[in-house]
Design a protein around this ligand. Sequence first.
Ligand code: ATP
Ligand code: MG
Length: 663
Amino acid sequence: MPEEQDVELEARLADQERFVPSESFVSQANVSDDSVYETFEEEWPECWEQAADLLDWNEEYDTVLDDSNPPFYEWFTGGELNASANCLDRHLDERGDEAAIEWVGEPTDEENRTYTYEELHREVNEFAAALKEMGVGEDDVVTMYMPMIPELPIAMLACARIGAPHSVVFAGFSADALATRMNSADSEYLVTCDGYYRRGDALEHKAKADEGLGGVEHEVSDVVVVDRLGDDYDHPMGENHRDYDDLVADHAGAEVEPVSRDAEDMLFLMYTSGTTGQPKGVKHTTGGYLAWTAWTSQAVLDIKPEDTYFCSADIGWITGHSYIVYGPLSLGTTTMMYEGTPDHPEQDRLWEIIEEYEADQLYTAPTAIRAFMKWGSEYPDKHDLSSLRLLGTVGEPINPRAWKWYYKHIGGEDCPIIDTWWQTETGGMMVTTLPGVKDMKPGSAGPPLPGVDVQVVDTDGEQVEPGRAGHLTVQKPWPGMLRTLYQNDERYVEEYWAEYSDTDSDDPDDWVYFPEDGAKIDEDGYITVLGRVDDVLNVSGHRLGTMEIESAIVGVEGVAEAAVVGGNHDVKGEAVYAYVITEDGYEEGDEMRDRIVEGVEDAIGPIARPEAVVFTPELPKTRSGKIMRRLLEDVANGEELGNTSTLRNPEIVSEIASKVGDD
Ligand code: ATP
Ligand code: MG
C-alpha cells in the first residue's frame, strides 16, 4: 500500500469509535439474533438449559438452579455426566478421524503432532487405566506440573474420565509454588515432565519438580514423568517415579468406562496466581463449568466443529483450561497447542502457524498484542492470515490503539474482535460482545453476556451514573461460577461476597459477587474494565483508574506500553508515576515526555498529569503477563522492594529503580 494511503487509513481508524461486524461474519455466526438478550433475561435461570443442552448427560438434571443456600449455589442438580466422554467419546462416530489437537512444538525442525479424536480417545483411556492402576480413585486430586505438551490435556481428560479432579500448576512457577499447591490440595499424585523447549534452549523441568516434591509435607504416592527432551536431557528418576510412555504402553488398548459424575462434583481445582495474597484453590464443577465453557465457546468464539481454533494461552492458566481444552473439545472442533514463545525463532512464529494451519480464530492477550505491535506489522504482513474469521483478547484491558492495530494488521479489518472480561473464578467469559450481534467499541469489553447480570456500583452498592468509575459486581449466579475455595468456605464468602452482600440473609437477592475489578458503564450498557480496584489512584481527592491513564499514554505515537502507579505526594496525596516503553524506532527523551504529558492532559485532564515519566525497556511482569504495579509503587516511593519471586523478569525492577533515583 502506498504510504500516503496508509497514513489516511490510520487517521480514519484512530477516529473511529464503533465497529460493526461484517455482513459475511454475521451471516454465518452461531448467534446472530439480538433477541437472545431479552429471552435470557425473561427466562432466567431456565435460559441456561440451552447451555446444558450442548452436553450429553447420563442422567437428566431435575433443577436448573438450587439457590436455597447462597452463596453456595448449585446448578443442574440431580444431573450426571462425564467431562471426558463429552469431550471425546461422543464425537467418535462423526469426527473420529478429524483432528482434535494440532500440536506445534517449539523447535522448527521437529515434526508436529496431530491427534485425531480417535487417537486422543485411545491415549486418554490408556492413561486413565494407568492412573487407576496406580490407585488414583474418584475425588483424589492429581497435580500436573507441565508445559504445553499434548500429555497435559491427555492427563487432564484421563483424570476427568475417572472422576479425579486435576490441579494444574503452571510450568513457569517455582518449586515452592508447586509444593504449596500440592500441600493445600493434599495431592498424592504428580504428573510432570523432564523438560521442554523455550527460545531454543532445552529447559530442565524435572529438577524443579523434584525440588518441589521435597517440600510436600505428606507422602507422595506416584510421580509420572513425560520424556519430552529425549536425548537432550538424561533425567534422574526416583523410586516412585514412572515413565509416561511405559505406563501408556503397558495399558495399550485399555478402555476405561467414564464414571458418571454428579453435576456438582468437582472437575478441577485451579489455584489463582496469588498476585494478591496466598493462592486460592478455586473449585470448579463438572456440569456447570462444562456447560458454561461449551456455551461461551459456541456463542462468543463462534466455534464450529470444522474450525481450527487457536488460543495462544498456556493451559496452566484458566484460559487454557476453558478455551484450549474443555470448551473447544466439548464442541468437537480442532484445538491448537503451541509449545513455544511467539518470538522464536522469529517474531512471526504465530503468523506462520496460523498460515500453515489455516486457523479460523485467534484468542490471545493484550500483553502479546502490544508486543506484536512493538515488533512491527512487517511480521504479520509476510503471511496470509485470511483464514482468520474472529479475534479475541483476554487478561487485561486493551487500549484502543492496540485494539485497532490487532483489528487492522491481524484481522484485515474483517474479523470481529471479542474483548472478553472474566476470571479464574468465573470459569468462563462474562462480559463481551456477542460477535454476530453487537457492534464493537475499542477499549470497552462490551455488554454483559445474555443472562449475566453485571452492574457497576459505588461503595454503597448503588449503580453509578454512566461514565463514572465504580466497582464491577455480578448480581446473579451463573453456571460456570466457582463453588467455593477448596476446603475454605469461609474465605470464599469473605473474598468474593462479603463486600456487597447481607451475609446473614438466605435470600439470593441479598447476595452480590464482587470480582475486585473497577469499571465504568456507558449509556448503552457497554462496560469498560479499569483494572483491579487496588489499581485506582487518589489524586487530590479524584479517583483515577491507572488503566485510564495508561490508555491515554499508549495512545501517544511511539509509545508501546505503559504502566501507571501512585507515588506518595505531600500535597496531592498520590501523584501519577508513569513507566513507559517506547516503540522501536522512537527516541526516549524530553520531546517524548512532553508529548506523553500532553496526551494525558488532553484525554483526561490536568489532574492526571504525570509527576514523573520513566522510560524503561521492560515492565516487571508476572508469568501470566500481568504488570506487577505493587513493585513499581515501591520504586516510586523509594521503598524497599517487595517480593519479586513470581516475576518473569525480576532483574528489571532494580534497573528501573536506579533510573528513578537518577531523576
Ligand atoms: P490473582 O487473582 O491470583 O491475583 P489474576 O486476577 O491475575 O490473579 P486471572 O483470574 O487470570 O488471575 O485474571 C482475571 C483478572 O484479569 C480479572 O479480574 C481482570 O482484572 C483481568 N481481566 C481479564 N480479562 C480482562 C479484560 N478483557 N479486560 C480487562 N481486564 C481483564
Ligand atoms: Mg483475580
